[in-house]
Design a protein around this ligand. Structure first.
Ligand code: GLN
Ligand code: ZN
Length: 758
């Protein structure tokens, strides 16, 4: 019998119950007990749901109050000294201090660094290790959750993050070698596994996603040592889980490790199946990742079935499992909650629950159950309607993309010439000042939007409100003397959703939340069809704002790669093709803004870097089309029109060439937290165009003073020619309040003045 297994389930709850419970606890409005009760109820509900949907094997210890990498560090006692006293006195408070920092009663602990979990939008906390690091088992969360499941009659399979991926995902604060800690770490893993065995766990899913990345000899040696050591301990059987890509050159290593099973991702990498089957040791269990854990589309079950049958022909059924490609953490919970989606689109979607149901159908079909046939028939029909839908395929969009060769992706003149034309038009001072776009989204702004959306306010009411906010914002910028103004983005809820709502090809859910980090969730738009812009999207607000002032007003757009990256993207064509469609729609918007007299246009691409594939060999291809798409959007304008772009949280070294190839006239980047260190990449590369290194961190309510910002600018001025420099904050101001925004921007303008007269 082939079994249906799951690798991980979303934690946050269909109604974001965990988010509410966490935030109530953090505000001091709920007791630790209340928080733990909610967490326990969610775990119970989710185990039940997974069984009902048809899983034979459900995971445990996939739950986390904040993040599973943090859980692992905490359980292993990899706790930096600054938190230790608190973690010993009050483990829950210590745990959350690691996650979120703590400022209380004179204590000031900053949180662990957060970074993206592989190429997902989930952020994990980066464990901080050092050469003297020791490990011990500090808590029994994994065992407790296994026993908790057992008490409910659930024979769950615990999930642990494997020792090598744990180290590779950590950083050392003293620059020492992370993998040198393996010898100290392994006895603790052995003890951990031993305890799970004693508690009755027959199998453990041990996640080693780093196996789909480029590994060097040291990494490979670490894998051999780790699993070689764990092989000789009394432990449950191990299912080594790999996901997010192909094993490729690491396949030989993965099958050589002395474990009892292997999970492979056949959604991202179906082509690896035959090689995996050839290499699979005779007694190994094979878990086939057939259903996409990263996206929301119903599976082409015939295709999945064909893959599974190829495996079935060579591996006996008792050793085969069907599973999602990775944990279902990255998708929402249940599509049946979405009652407002167009019925056809609704039928194309599968969230976590539906994905397990699909796996059940696959399992049943493979096990020869006749009942599976009618379900497969329905699935086939759904898949066909999507494939043929006129909502998905629009001939005019296809024709435009096909004619792309004729579209100019090159500005008319070189940057040197554009620079002269733009200087003539705008006559800006040296160290020109600007902002990144958004101004505070106050309670009043959010309430106004809610009133409008609920129908309490008419179009005219809402418009009048937005006009007043925009005007106030423009007047403020004039008063403090900024050089290039923005309208403030008060009409926007979210930088992708705002555009998605106005473009054909996007749908929106009401409950489609996925965890981004901790209690923070996002609701990515669903990009289901060919993208087209039925009408101008931003011209009305930019034109209005420009009418209020003689200063240049910057038009503000979200770039094609960022729209793509922050949506659930269709899986029936390459991402590059979808991105080109978005780029063409944005090109029209850029040209309309230009025609409306907007002389400066910013196209934000904060997500460009996170789209980088996990394997280096694929970077070139990605960066080529990503840059091409930016240029499709931007390159149609005249020399006198100044194109800006903005990127934040970016590590630029790897992508410098691509950033330069985008050929924006000005780029603003986040640099203040690194005290201008991020600028190094630009200096080393001799980046030729305008640069605005952010001079203050907008993520914190702290107001920096003029001297501080002047010093940062001097630091930038020491390595870059004055003509290249712009002065701006790190990012948009939407999360800030007005008082600190006023103070910080006024100080920023003074800093620019100080430099001009220096
Ligand atoms: N223009 C956007 C803003 O100011 C940019 C946001 C971002 O970089 N994420 O809010
Ligand atoms: Zn930003």
């Amino acid at each position: 019998m082939i079994t249906v297994s799951n690798l991980g389930f979303p934690r946050i709850g269909a109604k974001r119950e965990l988010k509410r419970a966490l935030e109530a606890y953090w505000r001091g409005e709920a007791t630790p007990q209340q928080l733990q009760d909610t967490a326990r109820a969610l775990r119970e509900r989710h185990w039940k749901l997974q069984y009902e949907a048809g899983a034979d094997v459900v995971p445990c210890n996939d739950f986390s109050l904040y993040d599973h990498v943090l859980d692992t560090a905490f359980a292993l006692d990899a706790i930096p000294d600054r938190y230790r006293a608190l973690a010993d006195a009050d483990p829950l408070a210590g745990y959350f201090a690691l996650a979120r920092g703590l400022q209380k009663d004179g204590v000031d602990l900053h949180a662990l660094e957060m970074t993206k979990w592989f190429d997902t939008n989930y952020h994990y906390l980066v464990p901080e290790l050092h050469a003297q690091q020791s490990f011990r088992l500090r808590d029994d969360k994994a065992v407790d959750e296994f026993l908790e499941a057992k008490a409910l009659g659930v024979d769950a399979r615990p999930v642990l993050l494997g020792p090598v991926s744990f180290l590779l995902l950590s950083k050392t604060v003293d620059g020492s070698d992370r993998l040198a800690l393996l010898d100290r770490l392994l006895p603790v893993y052995a003890e951990w596994l031993g305890r799970l065995r004693d508690a009755g766990a027959a199998w453990v899913q041990i996640d080693e996603p780093c196996l789909v990345q480029d590994l060097d000899d040291d990494d490979r040696a670490a894998y051999r040592k780790a699993y070689g050591t764990l092989a000789i301990t009394a432990r449950p059987k191990l299912l080594l889980a790999t996901y997010f890509g192909a094993l490729e050159g690491n396949l030989a290593l993965a099958v050589e490790l002395p474990v009892e099973g292997l999970h492979v991702d056949l959604v991202r990498a179906p082509e690896q199946l035959d090689a995996v089957l050839d290499a699979l040791p005779p007694r190994h269990v094979l878990s086939l990742g057939l259903v996409d854990g990263r996206n929301v589309w119903r599976t082409d079950l015939d295709r999945a079935l064909a893959l599974a049958e190829r495996a079935q022909a060579r591996v006996d059924a008792g050793r085969l499992q069907v599973a999602p490609s990775c944990s279902l953490l990255h998708v929402p919970i249940d599509i049946t909650l979405e009652t407002a989606l167009p019925f056809d689109i609704h039928a194309w979607l599968a969230f976590a629950r539906q994905k397990i149901e699909e796996l059940r159908t696959l399992g049943d079909a493979l096990n020869g159950l006749r009942s599976a046939h009618s379900t497969l028939e329905v699935a086939r029909e759904r898949y066909e309607t999507r494939r043929r839908s006129a909502k998905v395929h629009r001939p005019d969009v296809a024709a435009r993309v096909a004619a792309l060769d004729a579209v100019d992706t090159q500005r008319k003149s070189s940057y040197a010439q554009r620079r002269i034309a733009q200087a003539r038009r705008f006559d800006l001072p040296s160290f020109p000042t600007t902002t990144i776009g958004s101004f505070p989204q106050t309670q009043a702004v959010r309430e106004a939007r809610a009133k409008y959306k609920s129908g309490k306010w008419s179009d005219a009411d809402y418009d009048a409100f937005l006009e007043a906010e925009t005007e106030r914002c423009v007047r403020f910028q004039e008063e403090i003397g900024l050089d290039v103004l923005v309208h403030g983005e008060f009409e926007r809820n979210d930088m992708v959703e705002y555009f998605g709502e106005q473009l054909d090809g996007f749908a929106f859910t009401k409950h489609g939340w996925v965890q981004s980090y901790g209690s923070r969730c996002v609701k990515p738009p669903i990009l289901y069809g060919d993208v087209r812009r039925p009408a101008p999207m931003t011209v009305r607000w930019s034109r209005y704002a420009q009418s209020l002032t003689d200063k240049p007003m910057k038009g503000m757009l979200t770039g094609p790669v960022t729209v793509l990256q922050w949506s659930f993207v269709r899986d029936d064509q390459p991402r590059a093709s979808t991105c080109r469609q978005i780029a063409l729609a944005l090109r029209d918007e850029v040209l309309d803004l230009e025609a409306a007299g907007i002389g400066v246009i910013q196209i934000d691409e904060p997500a460009l870097r996170e789209g980088l594939p996990l394997r280096r060999v694929q970077w070139r291809a990605y960066l080529d089309w990503a840059v091409e798409c930016f240029r499709i959007s931007a390159a149609g304008v005249a020399d006198e029109t100044q194109v800006h772009t903005h990127m934040c949280y970016s590590e630029f070294n790897d992508i410098m060439e691509a950033v330069a190839a985008m050929d924006a006239d000005v780029i603003s980047i986040e640099t203040s937290r690194s005290r201008m260190e991020l600028l190094d990449a630009f200096v080393r590369f001799r980046y030729p165009n305008g640069i605005g290194p952010g001079v203050y961190d907008i993520h914190s309510p702290r107001v920096p003073d003029t001297t501080e910002m002047t010093a940062l600018l001097q630091k930038a001025g020491a390595v870059l020619p004055t003509e290249q420099l712009w002065v701006n904050p790190d990012c948009g101001l939407k999360t800030r309040g007005w008082p600190e925004t006023r103070a910080a921007l006024a100080a920023m303008v003074s800093a620019a003045h100080a430099l001009r007269t220096a």
